[in-house]
Design a protein around this ligand. Structure first.
Ligand code: SAH
Length: 185
C-alpha cells in the first residue's frame, strides 16, 4: 500500500505537465520542490526559513533544474507572486532538521489554502500532508479539516487518505481537486 506522501506525489503527477505553473507551499528540505520541478514548467516554492532555501537551491543545482523561484516568504502571500496554478503541495508542521519551534500555523495555512483554492485552474489539485504530533499541531489539523470539509461540492472534491492502525500520530493526506465542470444541483 502506498504511504500518504507517495500518494500525494502520484495525485499531483497525474495532472502536472510541462506547461504548468505549480506551488510548493512549504519548501522545507526541498524534496517536493525537486519533484515538482521535474514535472512542471515553473515552480514557486515558499518558506520562511533561510535554511530551506539554501538546501533546496543546492538540491536543484545538483539536478540541473532552473525552473524554480525560491521565495523567502510566507505561503499566505502566494497571490502576490503567482496567478493561476495547476497544483500545490503543503507539508505542515516543523522541519525535522531545523528549529522545531518554527511550525506552520492555522491562520496562515488556512489563508494560503483559501487563496490557492481560488487560484487553482479547473482540474487542478492540492495535496496537504498533515503532521500534527507536535504542540499545536492538532489545532492546525482541525482547522484544515474544517476548511476543507466546507468547500462547496459543486466546485471541489476533497478526500482523505489516512492509516487507521498506526501509533504515534502518523501524518495523513488531504487531497483537493477543483472540478472541470461546475456541478449543478
Ligand atoms: N513535518 C514535515 C515537514 C514540514 S516542513 C516532515 O516531517 O516531513 C514545514 C516547513 O514550512 C518548514 O520548513 C517551515 O519553515 C515552513 N513554514 C512555516 N510557516 C510557513 C509559512 N507561513 N509559509 C511558508 N512556509 C512556512
Amino acid at each position: 500500500m502506498k504511504k500518504p506522501l507517495e500518494l500525494a506525489h502520484d495525485f499531483l503527477a497525474e495532472i502536472i505537465s510541462k506547461e504548468d505553473i505549480v506551488v510548493d507551499a512549504t519548501m522545507g528540505n526541498g524534496y517536493d520542490t525537486l519533484f515538482l520541478a521535474r514535472l512542471a514548467k515553473q515552480v514557486y516554492a515558499f518558506d520562511i526559513q533561510e535554511q530551506a532555501l539554501e538546501k533546496t537551491s543546492l538540491r536543484l543545482q545538483e539536478a540541473g533544474l532552473a525552473n524554480v523561484k525560491l521565495l523567502l516568504q510566507g505561503h499566505e502571500t502566494v497571490d502576490q507572486f503567482v496567478g493561476e496554478v495547476k497544483a500545490a503541495i503543503f507539508n505542515l508542521g516543523y522541519l525535522p532538521s531545523a528549529d522545531k519551534n518554527i511550525i506552520t500555523k492555522p491562520q496562515t495555512t488556512i489563508e494560503a489554502l483559501e487563496k490557492l483554492c481560488r487560484m487553482l485552474i479547473k482540474g487542478g489539485r492540492i495535496a496537504i500532508m498533515i503532521y500534527y504530533g507536535h504542540e499545536g499541531g492538532d489545532i492546525e489539523r482541525d482547522a484544515v479539516m474544517d476548511f476543507v470539509s466546507q468547500l462547496p461540492q459543486q466546485e471541489y472534491t476533497a478526500t482523505i487518505y489516512r492509516t487507521l492502525n498506526q501509533i504515534n500520530n502518523p501524518p495523513f493526506l488531504v487531497m483537493i481537486e477543483k472540478l472541470e465542470r461546475y456541478r449543478h444541483g
